[in-house]
Design a protein around this ligand. Structure first.
Ligand SMILES: [Fe+2]
Length: 470
C-alpha cells in the first residue's frame, strides 16, 4: 500500500503557492524557480532586490524565497519592505553566510525557515512546502477566529434583542393587567419597542385606534389583510414597511422606515394576542362609560323637564358642541370628551333647590350665588368615576369668562381649559335662543351679535370668530 511521507501530505493539503525567488546569482535563482514550478507552484525570479520589491508591490505572492546578502538591499531589508505592502507574505531565507546572529535576526523578522548554501533543491522544496503549510494554517486559524468573533457578536446581538423582546412583552402584559391603562398606552409601548412611526388597531373592518404621526391610514389595508388571511403580513407601504398580526377580534399593525424580520412578526403576533385582552377591557370600559353617561344624561333631562324653559337644553348643547368641535377639527377623542362633557355639564343643578332653578323672575344676589355652585357640585358628583376624569375640568370651568370675571375659579384667557371655553359658547348660545320666563328666546342673529360683543371679554375671541362662521 502506498504511504505518504508527511511532506507529501502537506503538499496535498496546502496546494500550491505564488512564489518569488530572489538571488543575485541568476543561475541559482533560475534553478530554484524551475524546481518549484515542477512541483506545481507558480514561481518566478528576480536578481535585483529593488526589482523584486517592485513586483511584490504590483502583484500578490504567498511566499518570498530570498538570498540574505545581495547588493543594494539585504534579504531581511527586502522582507521588511515587502511586508509593508503584504503583511501576511511568508518569507524563506537562503544563505551561504549562516551564523547564530543572522539566524536570530531572521527569526525576529518572522522568517519561516532558513536554508544554508550549498543546498539541494529537495531541501528548498521541503522548506517551501513547510512555509506554505504554516501560512495556510495561520490563515485558517485567523479565519476561524474571525468566524468565531462574528458568531459571538451575532449571538450576543440576538440575545440582547430577545431580552428586549421579553421585557417589552412583560411591560405590555403588566399594562394590560393594570386594566386602567387605555389601549393607547399599549399602542405607544408597541410603537416604542419597534421604533415604529405608527401603530394601528382595527376591529373586523375599521380602525379602532391608532398611535403615530402622520395619520397612519397607509397601514390600514395591511392590518385588514392580516385579519382576512388570518396570518401575519409584511408589506411595503407609504410609511416604509408595515407589519400586521391578526387576533381574536381585530388586527394590529406597525409601520416604520426599515423592514421587519421573522422575529418581529412573531413578536407582534404574541403582542396581538395580549392586545385582544386590552381591546376587550377597553370595550367593557366604554360600555360602562356609555351606560353611566346615559343614566346621568337621563337624570339631567328629568331635572330639565321640570322646567319648560330648560327642557332639552343639555341635549341641544351636546349637539351644538359636537358640530362646533367638528368645524374646529378637534381630534376625534377630544370631540367625544367635549360632547360627553356637554351632555353632563349642568349635572350639578341636581343639587340646586328647584325654586331657585325655576324662579320666574330675576335672581337675587344670594340666589345667584347658590346657582354659581352648580359647576363645583357637578365636578364632585363625577369625581368618583375615574373614567370621567377628562370630563370633570370641563364641567367645573364651563362658566369661566375670558376676562377672568367668571366662576368658580376666575380663570382667564388661556388658563381656561380649551374644551370648557368651547362649551361656554355653545351653552350661552342655546340659552340665548331659548325662551326664558321673563323674555322670549332671541333670534340666532341676535344671539350671534351678543356673542360678538362679548368676544374677548366673556368668551375666547378666536373661538367666537370661528363659531360665527358656522
Ligand atoms: Fe351651566
Amino acid at each position: 500500500m502506498a504511504r505518504f511521507a508527511p511532506t507529501d501530505l502537506t503538499v496535498l493539503m496546502v496546494g500550491r503557492g505564488r512564489i518569488l525567488v530572489v538571488d543575485d546569482e541568476e543561475q541559482i535563482a533560475r534553478l530554484l524557480t524551475r524546481a518549484l514550478n515542477r512541483d506545481g507552484h507558480e514561481a518566478e525570479f528576480a536578481t535585483e532586490p529593488r526589482e523584486a520589491l517592485e513586483r511584490i508591490r504590483q502583484d500578490s505572492f504567498d511566499l518570498l524565497v530570498t538570498d540574505l546578502r545581495m547588493p543594494g538591499l539585504t534579504g531581511l531589508e527586502l522582507i521588511e519592505a515587502a511586508r509593508k505592502h503584504h503583511p501576511t507574505l511568508e518569507a524563506l531565507i537562503i544563505t551561504a553566510y549562516a551564523s547564530a546572529e543572522s539566524a536570530v535576526d531572521a527569526l525576529r523578522h518572522g522568517v519561516a525557515d532558513y536554508v544554508m548554501k550549498p543546498f539541494t533543491t529537495d531541501q528548498v522544496r521541503d522548506a517551501v512546502r513547510r512555509a506554505l503549510a504554516a501560512r495556510e494554517r495561520r490563515k485558517n486559524k485567523e479565519k476561524a477566529i474571525v468566524d468565531l468573533t462574528s458568531r459571538v457578536e451575532t449571538a450576543s446581538a440576538d440575545l440582547e434583542r430577545r431580552v428586549a423582546d421579553v421585557s417589552f412583552l412583560h411591560d405590555l402584559t403588566r399594562l394590560i393587567a393594570g386594566r386602567k391603562a387605555p389601549l393607547r398606552n399599549c399602542l405607544a409601548l408597541l410603537r416604542g419597542h419597534f421604533s415604529g412611526s405608527a401603530v394601528v388597531l382595527t376591529d373586523k373592518e375599521r380602525v379602532t385606534t391608532w398611535e403615530g404621526d402622520p395619520d397612519p391610514h397607509e397601514l390600514v389595508p395591511i392590518a385588514l389583510r392580516a385579519r382576512r388571511e388570518e396570518s401575519p403580513v409584511h408589506a411595503p407601504c407609504g410609511l416604509g414597511y408595515g407589519v400586521a398580526a391578526p387576533f381574536e377580534d381585530g388586527a394590529v399593525a406597525v409601520a416604520r422606515e426599515r423592514s421587519f424580520d421573522g422575529a418581529d412578526l412573531q413578536l407582534l403576533e404574541i403582542a396581538g394576542r395580549d392586545l385582544a385582552l386590552a381591546v376587550e377591557n377597553d370595550r367593557l370600559r366604554a360600555e360602562h362609560r356609555h351606560a353611566y353617561v346615559a343614566i346621568v344624561a337621563t337624570l339631567i333631562e328629568a331635572v330639565e323637564a321640570k322646567d319648560r324653559f330648560n327642557k332639552g337644553h343639555s341635549r341641544r348643547v351636546a349637539a351644538l358642541a359636537r358640530n362646533f368641535a367638528e368645524r374646529l377639527r378637534l381630534p376625534l377623542r377630544e370631540r367625544e370628551i367635549l360632547e360627553t362633557a356637554a351632555k353632563l355639564h349642568d349635572i350639578g343643578k341636581i343639587g340646586i333647590p328647584e325654586e331657585i332653578l325655576n324662579k320666574p323672575g330675576r335672581l337675587s344676589d344670594r340666589e345667584f350665588q347658590v346657582i354659581q355652585d352648580h359647576p363645583t357640585i357637578g365636578e364632585r358628583i363625577l369625581a368618583p368615576l375615574d373614567f370621567l376624569a377628562e370630563i370633570r375640568p370641563i364641567v367645573r370651568h364651563h362658566h369661566e369668562r375670558w376676562d377672568g370675571a367668571g366662576y368658580p375659579d376666575g380663570l382667564s384667557g388661556e388658563e381656561i381649559p380649551h374644551p370648557a371655553a368651547v362649551l361656554a359658547i355653545v351653552d350661552a348660545y342655546d340659552a340665548m335662543i331659548s325662551d326664558r320666563p321673563y323674555r322670549r328666546g332671541l333670534s340666532p342673529s341676535q344671539a350671534r351679535d351678543i356673542l360678538q360683543s362679548g368676544a374677548g371679554t366673556q368668551w375666547d375671541p378666536d373661538l367666537i370668530q370661528r363659531f360665527q362662521k358656522i
